[in-house]
Design a protein around this ligand. Structure first.
Ligand code: FA5
Length: 340
């Protein structure tokens, strides 16, 4: 019986060697090791043997089963290994994901390029500023609501005797006086910077960017302002776009305007994305003589214009982004960022 068992084991090992896939192996396992398999059948037959023979034959059966099982497992592991993806060094590699600059930074670069082409010089000023530059020198009365601490962020530090409290710049107009102090006319400045206001909802960010243009020279008139705005509108938004000025009020410009641009979707005809064909861009006006004087410039000899718009809103208009929420721009959601 021992020889029969050993023969059977050798048969099994031969079939395992010839097996060409996992299914073959499973078939062999059932055939030899299954409950009613050929090796287990011998356990039934040893019942009639004496104790010593039972032990010997039982040992041979168990040893044969163990060997067959080990062989099957080894071969299985070999099949699994060889079915793994084969590395083919001739296939071009997969590039790692590459990022790009944030869309707001793209907009800032584009806006500064547009203005630099017509002689504006990009300047930078403090982000943490004195009240004097943000409000006082810009003709804001002491009790103006923008100075209220529900609107502006105040630094937790002692006010300066001359310049007043320290604030986070609520608008880029604070750069106007800084520029007049830095240099004398002719001035053609573009200031693109972070601004902070105590606002946060689907149309307002607590931190946002504005770009501010300031031109001061002899004989600067409203015509120069309108020409500059039209130039920007076509250079940034496209040839067909037009601007219009709507009378408004700012403390630091006189006269003051809100600037509108024709809607890029309906081209000024009127649609659900605009107000009768127009979209609001930002503020502008002729520099108030008090502001020129505060900046040390002779307001009888020189005049100027200024404008200040939100970068995020301007960029969203350009891309015709109809986000329900301006905060999406800063959400860092790559599904949004990848599109620009
Ligand atoms: C001003 O800040 C004036 N300094 C603009 C100006 C400059 C007028 C020079 C005249 C001459 P206003 O508060 O309207 O104006 O803001 C201008 C633009 O900034 C808005 O049209 C809007 O595009 C953007 N803006 C203002 N507040 C926020 C905010 N919380 N989040 C995002 N964008 C904002």
């Amino acid at each position: 019986m021992k020889d029969e068992i050993i023969n059977l084991k050798n048969q099994a090992l031969g079939r395992i060697t010839d097996a060409s896939n996992l299914e073959d192996l499973e078939e062999i396992r059932i055939d030899f090791l299954g409950r009613n398999g050929q090796l287990n059948k011998f356990f039934k037959e040893i019942a009639n043997l004496d104790e010593n023979q039972k032990k010997e034959v039982g040992f041979v059966i168990n040893e044969s089963k163990r060997t067959v099982e080990e062989f099957i497992n080894e071969k299985k592991a070999h099949f699994k290994e060889s079915t793994k993806k084969i590395f083919d060094e001739t296939i071009p590699g997969e590039l790692p994901p590459i990022g790009h600059i944030h869309l707001v930074t793209q907009a800032i670069n584009e806006i500064s390029n547009v203005f630099e082409k017509i002689g504006f010089i990009r300047q930078r000023y403090p982000e943490v500023e004195w009240d004097w530059y943000g409000f006082g020198a810009l003709n804001f009365p002491e009790n103006h609501p923008a100075r209220d601490d529900w609107e502006t962020f105040f630094m937790d530090t002692n006010p300066d005797v001359k310049f007043g409290p320290m604030i986070l710049t609520p608008h880029t107009s604070s750069g106007q006086i800084r520029e007049m102090e830095r240099t004398k006319p002719p001035i053609r400045m573009i200031n693109i910077a972070k601004c902070y206001r105590r606002q946060l909802d689907n149309r307002h960010l607590t931190m946002f960017h504005q770009f501010e243009g300031l031109v001061v020279d002899e004989n600067i008139t409203l015509v120069n302002l309108k020409g500059t705005l039209d130039y920007f509108a076509t250079a940034f938004f496209g040839e067909k776009r037009r601007t219009r000025l709507r009378p408004y009020h700012f403390q630091f410009t006189e006269p003051s305007f809100e600037v509108d641009i024709t809607c890029g979707i309906c081209n000024g005809k009127g649609c659900k994305f605009c107000k009768e064909g127009w979209l609001e861009l930002g503020g502008a006006g002729m520099v108030h003589p008090n502001v020129l004087r505060a900046g040390g410039i002779d307001s009888k000899k020189y005049s100027g214009f200024a404008f200040g718009w939100g970068v995020e809103r301007t960029f969203m208009m350009k891309e015709n982004m109809n986000f329900d929420d301006i905060r999406t721009l800063y959400s860092s959601d790559v599904r949004v960022l990848q599109q620009f």
